[in-house]
Design a protein around this ligand. Structure first.
Ligand code: SAM
Ligand code: SF4
Length: 440
């Protein structure tokens, strides 16, 4: 009896990238519409959902660790249901049930939105579903991040097949949402009070729906909606066009931030990674961006210890980072992903060398990030207030045009969702600190 108790409440944990956060928001909205209640305390939930990441082995190990903890809950509360959804569910399929028999539902990246149907045993659904080709692209609601900033997924999957990357296997090939659907979603979000949207895709620059490519999509969103701030991620250097940069330069709604993963500063490694550009081509894009946009923040992703990467080749990555001067970077050590092309190469850089290279790279980037942020000092930036600082309630936290976090003292008059001028007074590698610039 207790075992078959009806599910009323759920708790969701999300791992990995913004795309997963966006998927979780869409799933949460679907569950709430069907009458389920989201709760913050996992130990009280009837259903625990893990929306998972497979991009590195460490991410999967962490989730397996969490599943171990959850199995202890289940012994105490036999009615508890456990759903593993997203990338790891896609990769493992029913093999996950051998590893973690207390898991009840395994829904892949195309099927997670069907969770409410699965819970209700609707015909045609089953507890393990990973086949592609089932999603209804237009029925997927845009995801809300807060009540005034939202992620809008413009494309799902990826067709680039970078040799190290699991994403095309677990998320399928790239498919685009219709431009009309995206514009309508953003209009609806604006009506609900959203002022800032981030357009999401694994490679937004290759977006195409009929005649509409990515720069044209941005022009439509800027022209046809009253959204105040438009952002996008992630860009791919082989597809980022000069026309997109020109649109950014001409359109005040476009926020000056580009996340452009370089991955390596060595052409031989870039070629083995299947990235489709050389360091020189990457530099040319950066030069064009910096020529056309007076103020822009550039961030990147970097991998160290790719198979066969020599010390000298790794040094080329350090040199590129010193030369290009990114505002911030996500830095990783290479992790073999079964089934990818690079899994066929010998993973011959020792863990010790990977860790040393990564730590050195992080130290260098931290210093450069701090120097880039120092250049913000004395400038006035317009911050969208997100809430109070996580460290001290005396400070408000806002996001600047270039996607940096700025903290400033609050006097009780301001509230989340407002865009306010802040004069930057101090900066470290990760955060800006400032004061509200009072209007004269
Ligand atoms: N589509 C985006 C892109 O192209 O950058 C994001 C892909 S992935 C979720 C985010 C980052 O994880 C990649 O840019 C890459 O730096 C890193 N990554 C992917 N596979 C990896 C692997 N096998 N080992 C280490 N890092 C990896
Ligand atoms: Fe992975 Fe490359 Fe696609 Fe990014 S562009 S998701 S790194 S395959």
């Amino acid at each position: 009896m207790e075992k078959n108790r009806k599910i009323k409440t759920f708790h969701i944990s999300t791992y990995g990238c913004q795309m997963n956060l966006a998927d979780s928001s869409t799933l949460v909205a679907g569950l709430i519409t069907r009458g389920y209640r989201r709760i913050a305390d996992e130990s009280q939930a009837d259903l625990i959902i893990l929306n998972t990441c497979s991009v590195r082995d460490k991410a999967e190990q962490r989730i397996l660790g969490r599943l171990g903890e959850i199995s202890a809950y289940k012994r105490k509360r036999p009615y508890l249901r456990v759903a593993v959804v997203g990338c790891m569910a896609q990769r493992w399929g029913d093999k996950l049930l051998e590893k973690a028999p207390h898991v009840d539902y395994v829904l892949g990246t195309d099927r997670l939105f069907e969770l409410p149907d699965v819970l209700e045993g609707i015909e045609g659904t089953s507890p393990v579903m990973t086949a592609f080709g089932h999603e209804n692209m237009d029925a997927l609601a845009p995801a809300m991040e807060t009540s005034f900033a939202a992620f809008v997924t413009i494309s799902r999957g990826c067709s680039n097949f970078c040799s190290y990357c699991i994403v095309p296997y677990v998320r399928g090939e790239e498919r685009a949402h219709s431009a009309d659907g995206i514009v309508d979603s953003i209009k609806r979000l604006v009506d609900e009070g959203v002022v800032d949207v981030t357009l999401l895709g694994q490679n937004v620059n290759s977006y195409r729906y009929g005649e509409c490519d990515f720069p044209a999509l941005i022009e439509r969103i800027a022209g046809e909606t009253d959204i105040q701030r438009i952002r996008f991620m992630t860009s791919h250097p082989k597809d980022l066009s000069r026309r997109l940069v020109d649109v950014m330069a001409a359109e005040p709604k476009m926020m000056p931030h580009i996340h452009l993963p370089l991955q390596s500063g060595c052409d031989r490694i870039l070629q083995m990674m299947g990235r489709g550009y050389t360091l020189q081509q990457y530099r040319q894009i950066i030069d064009y961006i910096r020529r056309r946009l007076d103020y822009v923040s550039l961030t990147t992703d970097l991998i160290v210890g790719f198979p066969s990467e020599t010390e000298a080749e790794y040094q080329q990555t350090l040199r590129a980072v010193r030369e290009i001067r990114f505002d911030a970077a996500f830095m990783f050590r290479y992790s073999v992903r079964p089934g990818t092309a690079a899994a066929g190469y010998r993973d011959d850089v020792s863990e010790e060398d990977k860790i040393r290279r990564l730590n050195q790279l992080i130290d260098l980037q931290q210093q450069i990030g701090a120097e880039c942020n120092q250049r913000e000092v004395n400038q006035v930036r317009y911050g969208l207030i997100e809430g109070v600082s996580r460290r001290s309630r005396r400070y408000l936290r806002a996001r600047t045009e270039s996607n940096k976090t700025v903290l400033f003292s609050a006097d009780g008059r301001l509230s989340p969702g407002e865009i306010v001028p802040v004069r930057i007074a101090e900066a470290d590698a990760y955060t800006l600190h400032g004061q509200l610039e009072e209007a004269n």
